[in-house]
Ligand binder design. Structure first.
Ligand code: GLC
Length: 481
């Protein structure tokens, strides 16, 4: 039996702000329990839902040296679908209304504490991982601490680590002086071949330098981040480590996202009966959201964090033009105020065509995947993207920009040889996107049989974890040797 430990800042079903939580919640379940004992460590946030907090069981607590103080470290546990979860409790660090705050320095302190605590609890819970699998900058100090500070202890010697990049944009950067103070790491670590980058300390960089292997969540993103445009100033380092860097595309939980059994949608359907059944979800949603009820009208869904990563500048630019087409646009999500207000504005201006739902709701997201004809995701960059996978699963045709995981998972429609599962465009250009949307409209309205065949192919793709979980297992085996 080999032991694998996930360390992450969020995970479904306990706490979620984005796709990271979906991956941390679904991948461990798909790692073969005959060969691997997989456990997960998360922070115990005060803002977790009460029903989740009620599931946690106290294990122990102790005090840990951190940032010149002796800090309380509580340990709790829970088990979900055969996966054991541990939670690090400290209400000072994890007591906010949301998992992440906007004080960058404090975020570094919080997750430095989390990273050190995650290692410190291992001897106490008597779990010695063969591999620690770290996710995003919040856990970037785990490989660093592991390689140096904890090496004095026999227990930690030989433990391997993996750094998975879900989003290179967030790195955890602050002045060297203060990060040195917080982490307790000596000068030695703050040189340009280690944690220092462009005069600052950079936590993710530390993780990338010290991890035994680096992964990211699609092959195209793994290639892209070695270039200046996508590399977020770490492309040089990623090129230097390219032999240890691989792209493994994310999957989604095919039980949770299944149009045939989904409890959130009024009219379940499958790959055989979608031609009759799927549209009933559309008319229901039109009623629910106050849009014009018309089963023929093409509905375009958007479910997303409203950040510039997701390409909303392109949408804002052509929204007026698009709204003159025969389409309905349904939006769900929160984020940057400028995008929230943009959608509110168009909802007001084109009330029977646009429905802006500026909040987050899991049930409504499922209804939108089921009801929409197309799903729009024109990201500026996209490490993997999960919504396009959910769309494919629900027979909702994705319209995407060819970047990162979007490029790897959506095959562009080709009308000459009748292939493809969606529509895509290359350049980050609003009218290139609009042209692609209009091409999709044309197929939808004028060639319905072709459109339905795109849906056939979309629903026949397999982006469950089957294939990708195997790749992670192979990597664990290879690292352990
Ligand atoms: C981040 C990325 C997204 C990816 C997700 C899970 O949210 O932006 O592309 O799918 O992490 O890996």
């Amino acid at each position: 039996m080999k032991n694998i430990l996930f360390v992450a800042s969020e995970g479904v079903p306990f706490i979620k702000t984005g796709g990271l939580a979906d991956v941390v919640g679904s991948l461990p379940k798909c790692i073969d329990k005959k060969y691997f004992d997989v456990r997960v460590i998360l922070p115990k946030y005060t803002c977790m839902k009460q029903e989740m907090k009620d599931k946690l069981e106290y294990v122990t607590h102790f005090y840990m040296d951190f940032h010149w103080k002796n800090e309380y470290v509580g340990v709790l546990k829970a088990e979900v679908d055969g996966v054991k979860y541990y939670f690090i409790d400290n209400e000072m660090f994890f007591g906010g209304f949301t998992p992440y705050g906007d004080n960058a320095l404090y975020e570094i302190e919080k997750f430095a504490f989390f990273s050190k605590a995650a290692l410190s609890i291992l001897p106490i819970i008597d779990f010695r991982p063969d591999v620690i699998h770290c996710h995003d900058w919040q856990t970037g100090l785990v490989p660093v601490y592991l390689k140096e500070r904890f090496q004095g202890n026999e227990f930690f010697r030989g433990i391997k680590s993996i750094m998975t990049i879900h989003n290179l944009k967030f790195q955890g950067k602050w002045s060297v002086q203060e990060v040195k103070d917080i982490t307790g790491l000596p000068d030695y670590f703050f040189t340009s071949d280690k944690l220092e980058a462009y005069k600052d300390a950079n936590i993710l960089k530390g993780g990338i330098v010290y991890a035994d292997a680096i992964t990211t969540v699609s092959q195209t993103y793994a290639d892209e981040i070695k270039t200046a445009f996508y590399g977020e100033n770490l492309d040089g380092l990623l090129r230097a480590r390219e032999h240890d860097l691989r792209g493994i595309v994310n999957g989604i939980d095919y039980d949770e996202f299944n149009p045939a059994t989904d409890k959130n949608i009024p009219h379940p359907y499958n790959a055989i009966n979608f031609r009759k059944e799927k549209v009933k979800n559309k008319t229901d949603l039109q009623k629910e959201l106050g849009l014009k009820v018309d089963e023929k009208k093409m509905m375009i869904g958007i479910v997303s964090r409203l950040t510039d990563q997701k390409g909303f500048d392109l949408i804002a630019y052509i929204m007026d033009e698009l709204c003159h087409d025969e389409v309905q646009i349904v939006v769900l999500g929160t984020g940057e105020e400028r995008y929230e207000n943009m959608f509110r504005h168009f909802d007001w201006k084109y009330n029977d065509k646009v429905s802006a739902n500026i909040y987050y709701s899991d049930p409504l997201s499922h209804k939108i995947y089921a009801a929409s004809d197309a799903f729009l995701m024109p990201s500026l960059f996209e490490p993997c993207g999960l919504s396009q996978l959910m769309s494919l699963r629900y027979g909702t045709v994705p319209i995407v920009r060819e970047t990162g995981g979007l490029k790897d998972t959506v095959e562009p429609y080709n009308e000459y040889n009748s292939t493809g599962t969606g529509f895509s465009f290359v350049n980050y250009n609003a009218h290139e996107m609009l042209g692609t949307i209009r091409y999709a409209e044309k197929i939808y309205y004028d060639k319905k049989r072709e459109w339905n065949k795109i849906i056939d192919r979309a629903m026949a793709t397999d982006f469950s974890w089957n294939v990708s979980a195997k790749k992670y297992m192979e990597m664990y085996d290879w690292l352990i040797g």
